[in-house]
Design a protein around this ligand. Structure first.
Ligand code: FAD
Length: 391
């Protein structure tokens, strides 16, 4: 019989279908036995454990939402739990999957025509191809809806891309990268599937990150990169479609933020049951219980929020501001929760071996990527006041 994890205090997991519960249980076992033991070491070295990719693909994690690739019909709540479960063990692994499955396959799923979807989605789902999603640039982060400098110029049946990208996850080893560029013809944003062995394309690893160290981020340079019209995402007409992809992935980052919070909370709870001060476990000191209870409160409120946001997707009523509120809210609660976990572990809270230091550091990048708290706040602010306050 299935029972929700204790950190799912109100038992939201019971909403899942039986098959979804079975896959989640199997994934949980795999992550605990094969992934959790290796992540601190990879984090310390700043490397990605590529040996886990085939197993993640076998679970079907890369193609869950798309008709062409899903292993079985599944709900948005289930996909959210997958993101939570991955991040509960390691937020970088959740981010890797979020890029492959959410951003890259999302760009092709939303922006590709049927032929493009048939050509690319199955190869990404199987892990044969690894993808990256290149939107952010050195001079354009939060303002990428209007500020992109990368230019696409039409040349017969081809396009020529020039520009640069920054922070692109998975891009040190991706086989294809989705490049978002402004068309020199109509000034609109277009998306291109760029094989990374195309002449003029180069990617350099960003070194010395102190958050999500396992995720490999790159600076990309595009110098007269020639791609055929067949590789332009045919259903992308403007940034509107880019935003549609980001709405889907933001909601999943909100789930991953809950997972990262749970990872830290569970490590702190375990530690509180073992560490003895003043002759008894610190779990029996009132102020330590206060930190733990505030944490389960944050987690429980956040799960309620992300569950509803995912249900709204399946009901066809989820809008940008719904996903943005969840992303801004859960990442803010995460920042509090990881800090309380850190605090309750004293000095050991800053040592990688006790796990919480990793969850604590990783929270910072999650707070800022996929739209900073400020950007997501302004998206919600625009929706509730009718006034755009970005500039
Ligand atoms: P900026 O836009 O320069 O913002 C700096 C600060 O100013 C922020 O606090 C911001 O909220 C604030 N600010 C900006 N404008 C306003 C305003 N109008 N009002 C109030 N405050 C404002 N990008 C990709 O394309 N693909 C990826 O795979 C990817 N992966 C990433 C992985 C990691 C680990 C990180 C750190 C980033 C990644 N990014 C990726 C980029 C990420 O999306 C950007 O970092 C993010 O959008 C913020 O942009 P920025 O860093 O340029 O900050």
């Amino acid at each position: 019989t299935f029972s929700p994890i204790p950190s799912d205090f109100y038992g939201y997991e019971n909403l899942l279908a039986d098959r979804e519960k079975a896959v989640l249980t199997e994934l949980r076992h795999y992550l605990e036995t094969e992934v959790r033991p290796i992540v601190n070491d990879y984090w310390a070295r700043g490397e990605f454990p590529r040996e886990i990719i085939p197993r993640l693909a076998e679970f079907g994690l890369f193609g869950l939402p798309w008709e062409e690739t899903r292993p079985f019909e599944n709900s948005a709540v289930f996909r959210g739990w997958i993101a939570l479960e991955l991040a509960r063990v390691d937020a970088s692994v959740a981010t890797f999957v979020g890029v492959q499955n959410g951003l890259v396959m999302g760009a092709i799923g939303v922006g590709g025509n049927p032929a493009q979807r048939a050509e690319w989605l199955p190869r990404l789902a199987s892990g044969e191809l690894i993808g990256a999603f290149g939107l952010t640039e050195p001079l354009s982060g939060s303002d990428s809806a209007q500020g992109l400098r990368t230019v696409a110029t039409r040349d017969g049946d081809d396009w020529i891309l020039n520009g640069s990208k920054r922070w692109i996850g998975n891009a040190t080893f991706s086989d294809i990268t989705i490049i978002w560029a402004k068309s020199a013809e109509d000034g609109q944003v277009k998306g291109f599937i760029v094989p990374t062995d195309t002449p003029g394309y180069s990617a350099t690893k960003i070194e010395n990150k102190q958050s999500l160290r396992i995720v490999q981020n790159a600076d990309i340079t595009l110098e007269n990169v020639r791609v055929p019209e067949a590789n332009r995402l045919q259903q992308v007409h403007s940034f509107r479609e880019t935003a549609a992809v980001l709405r889907l992935t933001r909601a999943e980052v909100a789930w991953a933020a809950v997972g990262n919070s749970i990872g830290a909370y569970e490590a702190a709870l375990k530690y509180a049951g073992e560490r003895i001060q003043f002759g008894k476990e610190i779990a029996s000191h009132q102020l330590v219980q206060d930190l733990l209870v505030k944490s389960i409160g944050n987690i429980t409120a956040s799960i309620g929020m992300v569950v509803r946001v995912s249900q709204m997707l399946d009901e066809g009523i989820q809008r940008d501001e719904h996903a943005s509120l969840a992303k801004a809210y859960t990442t803010s609660r995460m920042r509090e929760t990881v800090a309380w976990a850190r605090e309750s572990m004293g000095g050991n809270g800053i040592v990688l071996d006790y796990d919480v230091a990793r969850f604590f550091a990783d929270a910072e990048a999650m707070y800022s990527y996929e739209g900073t708290r400020e950007m997501n706040t302004l998206i919600v602010g625009r929706a509730i006041t009718g006034k755009a306050a970005f500039v």
